[in-house]
Ligand binder design. Structure first.
Ligand code: AMP
Ligand code: DBH
Length: 567
């Protein structure tokens, strides 16, 4: 039997010092957010306990045939928490979580919240390069994954990383039968230690402390870490139900990756839990996987990216399943075409809700009773009355009403800086703390935001964000490549796809397959692999001599039109 008594020297939670590398809100803002009741001083662990008390035997999570009540959810999270503490996982220790849509995600996340340890929310699509970066950057002590998912061996991957990441001590794995040297999450969840209350009472994270790390889509290099506090993240998801029509009767389907900000808090699983609703997990958003689940569980609401909405609308399966329970279809992550938005109600029977959000915080929603003109053509308005927004031009000054400009924002749930990234923060935030979203928007006469484009150098591939620079850094390493610019090209289904424009070295050539194989060998997420390669002799330049990605984008769009690939 292991010792369950944590060593108090390793538990700095009662010290006033914030986590090193975390950029806190200035005291006068924090004080105002508390005074206005946004930050309630409650932690995630306390929230789960409240839900279990209030909603008890109601079903919190459905996954296949498994149905878990609020009481059981709390019990399993507590069991896992005590086991993790016994392993030596201490407050503020980082744990990279790479789980797909399984209930164990909630057991582990809440267990970590309860002991003040900090999940780092990776996505199932990430591969060795991203995971190594996350483990190294966060100095993670543990990694958590399925054994395998969609044919990929996660444990094998982390085992190949572990010898060179000395902080990493534990591998936590979904399933009852896990390989030697790893820890079964299921076994931890079922083991009920007698002294759970006693152990957990020693861990008292503060509401103002960091609760978890999300990943930024990023514009430079590998993903940045976004530290969200108990106070600000709870405010974020507790405000969502009112604008999304979520209540105890809501059946919310998660078909996007469970660890992404959209299905976590907008309202996501956490907003649904806070209202006592039911969260249903699906393995994929495809009509084949999701429609039967909608029918069986009488799903009332889900969140999806525009590419999936198009699939749902065009699917021949639509008439074969009873989707009549759907009341609200949230669409976000990338720009929804107005004509697609218009088809949602007639074909799926649900009210469309556009969601424009970011893991950095700020979220806009159209409201369910907005006129069609607003529902179809805009991305709505901010969640909080204290979300401050500025739309600025190239000179950094606010543009005239209705003009386009970059959206800057700050507020009670928008970060003031990325974790441990002071140099990047000096560029990504204004001196007075506004986050430069990199999104180009305009304010419509109805007071709503319309997303018109962006100034940040990334590709938004159906909601999946790819930093151009990250790919460029890899591609210049190819022996046939002299220089490269990675750009977005228009795509009817995904909105955008990835195009690599390459100047080959003299006498060398390269084709798309070879480029993709080269990048695949670099072990990056497959959604980052370019879908087109353009070989060029020179790049168009801007007046200051930088590569003009704008001209490159125009060139590729013209080519695609000429090829009949886009209208
Ligand atoms: P991330 O930083 O990965 O959380 O991605 C957030 C970014 O996704 C935003 O800054 C926008 O560029 C984009 N985005 C999210 N929702 C929408 C939407 N409804 N319409 C257009 N772009 C969106
Ligand atoms: O793309 C996103 O990151 C996003 C989209 C919709 C998001 O973070 C959100 C809603 O909260």
């Amino acid at each position: 039997m292991r010792k369950l008594r944590p060593d108090s020297r390793h538990h700095p939670l009662n010290s006033a010092a914030p986590l090193e590398g975390f950029v806190a809100w200035p005291p006068e803002f924090a004080e105002a957010y508390r005074r206005k009741g946004y930050w309630k001083g409650k932690t995630f662990g306390e929230s789960l306990d409240d839900w279990a008390t209030r909603y008890g035997e109601r079903i919190a999570v459905v996954s296949g045939d498994v149905r878990i009540s609020y009481r059981e959810l709390r019990e399993r999270a507590d069991n896992v928490a005590v086991s993790l503490a016994a392993l030596g996982i201490a407050p503020r220790d980082r744990v990279v979580m790479q789980l797909h849509n399984v209930p164990e995600f909630f057991y582990v996340a809440f267990a970590l919240f309860k002991i003040g340890a900090l999940p780092v929310m990776a996505l199932p699509a990430h591969r060795e390069t991203e995971i190594r970066h996350l483990i190294e950057f966060s100095e993670a002590v543990a990694y958590c994954s399925p054994l395998a998912f969609r044919g990929f061996d996660y444990v094998g991957m982390v085992r190949s990383i572990a010898p060179t990441t000395p902080t990493l001590k534990h591998i936590l794995v979904v399933g009852p039968d896990v390989p030697p040297g790893t820890v079964s999450i299921e076994a931890m969840a079922r083991r009920a230690p007698a002294n759970a209350a006693d152990v957990l009472s020693r861990y008292r994270p503060k509401a103002s402390d960091v609760a978890l790390f999300l990943l930024s889509g990023g514009t430079t290099g590998l993903p940045k870490l976004i530290a969200r506090t108990h106070d600000d993240y709870i405010y974020n998801f507790e405000s969502a139900p009112a604008v999304c029509g979520v209540n105890a009767d809501t059946v919310y389907l998660i078909a996007l990756p469970i660890s992404h900000n959209f299905p976590l808090v907008a309202p996501g699983s956490l907003g649904t839990f806070s209202a006592g609703g039911k969260v249903v997990l699906a393995s994929s958003p495809s009509p084949e996987a999701a429609f039967p689940v909608v029918e069986r569980e009488r799903v009332t609401m889900t969140g999806q990216v525009p590419a999936v909405t198009i699939q749902w609308l065009d699917s021949p399966l639509r008439g074969k399943y009873d989707l009549s329970s759907l009341k609200v279809l949230q669409v976000g992550g990338s720009r929804l075409n107005a004509e697609v938005a218009r088809r949602v109600k007639p074909l799926l029977g649900a009210t469309v809700q556009q969601v424009f959000g970011m893991a950095e915080g700020f979220v806009c929603y159209t409201r369910l009773d907005d006129p069609e003109e607003v529902l179809f053509n805009t991305q709505g308005r901010p969640l909080s009355p204290d979300d401050e927004i500025l739309v600025v031009g190239w000179d950094g000054k606010p543009v005239a009403p209705g003009e386009r400009g970059e959206l800057l924002t700050r507020g009670p749930y928008t970060i003031r800086g990325y974790y441990k990234a002071p140099e990047h923060n000096a560029l990504a935030f204004t001196p007075d703390g506004f986050y430069r979203t990199g999104d180009v928007v305009c304010l419509t006469p109805s007071g709503n935001i319309s997303v018109e484009g962006r100034v940040k150098d990334l590709i938004n591939r159906g909601g999946e964000k790819i930093a151009a620079e990250e790919l460029e850094n890899l591609i210049v390493g190819h022996p046939s490549v002299q220089n490269v610019a990675v750009i977005a090209m228009p795509d009817p289904a995904l909105g955008e796809k990835i195009c690599a424009c390459v100047i080959p070295r003299p006498g060398q050539s390269l084709d798309l397959e070879a480029l993709r194989a080269f990048l695949d060998a670099a072990k990056i997420a497959r959604f980052k692999l370019p879908e087109r390669l353009e070989l060029v002799e020179t790049f168009p330049l801007t007046s200051v001599g930088k590569i003009s990605k704008k001209s490159l984008r125009e060139d590729i769009a013209a080519k695609l039109r000429a090829e009949g690939k886009i209208p």
